[in-house]
Design a protein around this ligand. Structure first.
Ligand code: ATP
Ligand code: MG
Length: 545
């Protein structure tokens, strides 16, 4: 009798799915995500227009940017989206490829699951295939001379010509290379290329794209604090501060009790003396320009104007860091510690210009800037946002090549070559593992296939002849011309991709497929209780108030 009573382990509002159903569900979710952005691959890519939660629109064909905006419910779909973000953070390009590839890796596994093959066998084969993919990719890679400007521009162009900015590819490639070269920094044999912090893209709507440029210095969206300050200074001496030029207020609420009137006057006087003191400290090093991250009081402005010093307040910390790198000034936090070495003299020009409706401060013409601002102009905010994303891709590709100067052919050639190598290897394999292994080889063909599809050529015919081509010795660089759909040698077309991007794409795609195949149970449900508890622990604080 007792055995018949149902035992409830999971709470009633949890949903649970398990077994084959979950695996098939995961695979179809992954395929759906891949289908969303399949048309965004290659030089004939389509764009997507998305409404973001704030009501603005995003127009893009960048895989990561698209997926970031769409909301999905299925957990497997969520993890697919996550890999696109990882790819973006890690190497900055290949976010579309990685999704398409991962989707295909899972799609080919479906067949084996239907035939009751155990996921562990498939996973084993996938892992083995990944190792071989990496080694054969390394084999077909070629080193590149990073000082060869023409070659570098060509590589960047390969990344850019799949984007909306491709009409201005010469301009964009020049900008990307210039910016990355500027922030390249070598110290004790350690190479640092920090694009995120030191190459800032500033978008100013208006003008035309051709007006965009890399400044030899920094631009910030600020004006001088007082209209009587100079707005044009040649060879400025720059002092950077991260403290405020105001009278310090108490940390918490302070009460002062005074009984005599002289005491009150004395307090005011002390405040004035304090400001005067810090201004004197500053004036001692004879700066022309003072930039601080905090505020500047009216009185301090008065003293600074008298000494013919221009001041800018409340710049962002990151902007201050960039200015520091560009003009060689050191950011000082106490005015009494200011020394002559801290003053930056690397910039030859300070200028405040009015563009459109706003004032912008330019600190340019620097002698050896290790940071820069990329000024983008364009017709609208949405276009500028897309141009920025494209430039980021280009800069990341450039950085990847500078860090690891190895290239593989693009246009699906690398995939075909690796696929061929895997197929050859699978022929000597025995056991049931060889089938999923061979399926991985087949899945790699999705990249050239999609490139062919996206330019509207005949998929089966071209792919068959491309496959045949790769069986010949020395034709590993043959791939698809994404513009015309013809088969070409990538050496002639000049489409190259950094090895780092390709490696990351393969690793992420296979790892994700493996991870999703390993799942055989999805439990979902809300933890209402937990929410209540956290609220009740927060309650005592509220009660005290
Ligand atoms: N002219 C071309 N002909 C053929 N293939 C090309 C050409 N230019 C680029 N490709 C290929 O297109 C693919 C890259 O496409 P795309 O830049 O649209 O996507 P992604 O790099 O994967 O993702 P994203 O750039 O959105 O992060 C690469 O496989 C590359 O080799
Ligand atoms: Mg790309």
């Amino acid at each position: 009798m007792m055995g018949q009573r149902p035992v409830l382990v999971l709470s009633q509002n949890t949903k649970r799915e398990s077994g084959r159903k979950v695996q098939i569900g995961n695979i179809s979710a992954a395929k759906t995500i891949a289908d969303v952005i399949r048309t965004c691959l290659g030089p004939r890519a389509m764009m997507k227009m998305l409404l973001d939660p704030m009501g603005g629109i995003v127009m893009t064909n960048d895989g990561n940017a698209i997926l970031r905006e769409i909301q999905v419910q299925h957990p497997a779909a969520k993890s697919m989206i996550e890999i696109s973000r990882t790819q973006d953070e890690e190497v900055g390009d290949g976010t579309t490829s990685v999704i398409i590839l991962a989707g295909e890796m899972l799609a080919v596994a479906e067949h084996f699951l239907e035939q009751q093959m155990h996921p562990t066998v498939i996973i084993g084969a996938y892992r083995k295939a990944l190792d071989d993919m990496i080694s054969s990719l390394n084999k077909i890679s070629t080193p590149v001379d990073v000082n060869n400007k023409e070659m570098m521009l060509n590589i960047i162009k390969s990344a850019i010509n799949t984007k909306a900015i491709s009409h201005w590819s010469d301009l964009a490639c020049g900008i990307a290379l210039d910016a990355v070269k500027t922030v390249e920094f070598e110290e004790n044999g350690r190479k640092e290329i920090d694009i995120k912090n030191y190459a800032k893209v500033e978008k100013i709507p208006g003008g035309i794209i051709e007006d965009s440029c890399v400044l030899r210095g920094i631009m910030v969206n600020k004006d001088v604090t007082h209209p009587r300050m100079r707005r044009y200074i040649k060879n400025p001496r720059i002092v950077l501060l991260d403290c405020s030029l105001e009278y310090k207020k108490g940390e918490s609420q302070t009460d002062i009790e005074i009984t005599r009137e002289e005491d009150f006057a004395r307090i005011l006087q002390m405040e004035e003396e304090y400001i005067q003191q810090i201004c004197e400290d500053l004036i001692r090093v004879k700066p022309d320009l003072i930039i601080t991250e905090k505020g500047i009081s009216d009185l301090a402005q008065h003293y600074l104007i008298r000494a013919n010093i221009t001041a800018i307040r409340r710049v962002r910390k990151t902007d201050n860091n960039r200015i520091s790198r560009a003009c060689g000034a050191r950011i000082v936090s106490r005015t009494d510690e200011l020394r002559d070495e801290d003053v930056g003299t690397g910039a030859r020009l300070f200028e405040v210009k009015k563009i459109g409706d706003e004032y912008f401060t330019f600190i340019t013409d620097c002698k050896d800037p290790k940071a820069c601002t990329i000024m983008l102009r364009g017709a609208s905010k949405e276009i500028l946002a897309e141009v920025e994303r494209n430039l980021q891709d280009a800069m990341q590709v450039c950085r990847n090549v500078l860090v690891d100067p190895q290239l593989v052919p693009g246009g699906g050639a690398a995939e075909m070559a690796v696929s061929h190598a895997l197929t050859e290897k699978s022929k000597v394999m025995t056991g049931v593992e060889q089938w999923p292994y061979r399926a991985v080889a087949q899945a790699l063909e999705v990249i050239p296939r999609t490139l062919i599809q996206n330019c509207g050529a005949s998929t089966i015919r071209l792919l068959t002849s491309l496959r045949a081509k790769h069986t010949q010795e020395g034709s590993q660089t043959w791939g698809v011309n994404g513009e015309t759909g013809a088969l070409v040698d990538m050496k002639d077309l000049g489409i190259w991709e950094p090895l780092a991007v390709k490696l990351q794409t393969y690793k992420t795609a296979v790892e994700t497929a493996v991870l999703l195949l390993r799942i055989d149970d999805i439990v979902s449900g809300h933890k209402k209780k937990g929410g209540d508890q956290s609220r009740s622990t927060g309650a005592p604080d509220a009660a005290q108030e």
